[in-house]
Design a protein around this ligand. Structure first.
Ligand SMILES: Cc1ncc(COP(=O)(O)O)c(C=O)c1O
Length: 398
């Protein structure tokens, strides 16, 4: 069954509005998705109906907060097929989730960490800066199993890889990478920021040890993300952001640490964000991720067929290998100029620049790209607008 895109669009208030007299063509979904009323109402519900704190208050409002947080944790447990709710840790974003693992794993001098050559800064810098502790960070080619196997030595403690690149939409064969890493006795962390909004990420089937993703890329609120940790893997972490909520008891000289997830959720939480994230996961689950990805592919194929040869495409020509992303350069034009021209002409909103993947662009002696990224509410008509405006820009230079 396909998507009822017209029905879905009615759920997104911003899509009912016009800017400068024209509808919004939102193709910046890899940065942040739009939010449906179901998520917005869930956020408002917290602030209107029970704006209290969780975990510590015995009163009725506090209990409602606890119920809401538990429900959201269960929704996300189901969404990722985690074995236990305790394996779902709410963070402020994916960057924080990756930093928790990078710092709490207690890596030391001589240990090695591997990432790919297509990482977002959020899955590069936390590992790179561990050099201050004598930890070595090395880079392997994206989705190259042989290159990975060549680097897998006994000193490799963890391999952290992006599942789907935010730069060009290509994906790794996560299952075979994870198997190789586990055969070496190392841990595996998956950056699922760009895969979780579009396809099933089953943490048990993949057998990841850790996984990070952002709420705001999958219909959820800003300022909320998630760290999944397999129970075993979480027990290897030494918490480093501690305080309220992370202990059950304390004296002036000692404390009893809580267990996960609370051990890694220090201080008062973003309750509205957590509940909104749960509602977003429920919305996506109900819509069906297979329907979402099939729809995006249809749109990406339409764009690629129409303008794929008129621009310098990043990544493979085949849209099946790029999912929801069409990333490109117009030779002779700066990426930001292309983005501004598209926005000014027809409210076509894309991202331009290095997409926080400066390392890859620097290695390839490029400044960046223009990235159109699609999602479930985008339409063929919106693609037509994008194609028409891009063709006009390309023509200007010919
Ligand atoms: C692949 C990838 N990893 C990590 C991040 C960082 O996510 P967050 O903003 O939730 O920290 C992003 C955000 O664009 C991303 O695309």
């Amino acid at each position: 069954m396909g998507l009822n895109v017209e029905g879905i669009r009615k759920d997104f208030p911003i899509l009912q509005r016009k800017l400068a007299g024209k509808p919004v063509v939102y193709f910046d979904n890899a940065c942040q998705s739009l939010r449906p009323v179901q998520v917005i109402e869930k956020i408002n519900e917290y602030y209107k109906d029970f704006p209290a704190c969780g975990e510590r208050s015995m009163h009725k409002l506090g209990k409602k907060v606890d119920e809401g947080v538990d429900k959201a944790r269960k929704s996300l447990q189901a969404f990722f097929n985690a074995k236990r709710t305790e394996e779902i840790i709410f963070t402020k974003n994916a960057t924080e989730a990756i930093n928790i693992v990078a710092h709490a794993l207690d890596l030391s001098k001589g240990d090695v960490v591997l990432t790919t050559d297509k990482e977002h800064n959020s899955n590069l810098i936390p590992w790179q800066l561990l050099k201050e502790k004598g930890v070595k960070h090395e880079v392997v080619e994206f989705n190259n199993l042989d290159a990975l196997n060549d680097k897998l030595t006994k000193n490799v403690k963890i391999v952290s890889m992006v599942h789907t690149s935010n730069m060009d939409g290509t994906s790794i064969d996560a299952k075979e990478m994870i198997k190789a890493v586990h055969d070496n006795g190392s841990l595996f962390m998956l950056d699922a920021c760009q895969s979780a909004p579009h396809k099933t990420v089953d943490v048990r089937k993949l057998d990841v040890d850790f996984m990070a993703c952002s709420g705001h890329k999958m219909l959820g609120p800003s300022g909320i993300g998630l760290l999944y940790g397999k129970q075993d893997a979480l027990s290897k972490l030494k918490p480093f952001v501690v305080g309220g909520s992370t202990v059950s008891e304390s004296t002036y000289s000692s404390c009893d640490l809580e267990k996960p997830p609370h051990l890694f959720e220090a201080g008062l939480q973003n309750y509205a964000g957590i509940m909104g994230f749960g509602a977003a996961a429920d919305y996506l689950k109900k819509t069906g991720l297979d329907n979402v990805s099939a729809h995006e592919l249809r749109l990406n194929r339409k764009i690629t067929d129409a303008v794929g040869d008129s621009v310098e495409l990043l990544g493979p020509k085949n849209p099946e290998l790029r999912g929801s992303i069409f990333s490109f350069n117009v030779p002779g034009l700066e990426t930001h100029n292309v983005a501004v021209m598209l926005d000014e002409a027809a409210n076509v909103m894309v991202r331009s620049g290095a997409h926080c993947c400066h390392s890859w662009f620097n290695a390839h002696k490029m400044l960046g790209s223009v990235r159109a990224s699609l999602y479930l509410y985008n339409t063929e008509e919106e693609c037509d607008v994008f194609i028409k405006e891009l063709q006009k820009i390309v023509k200007l230079l010919s």
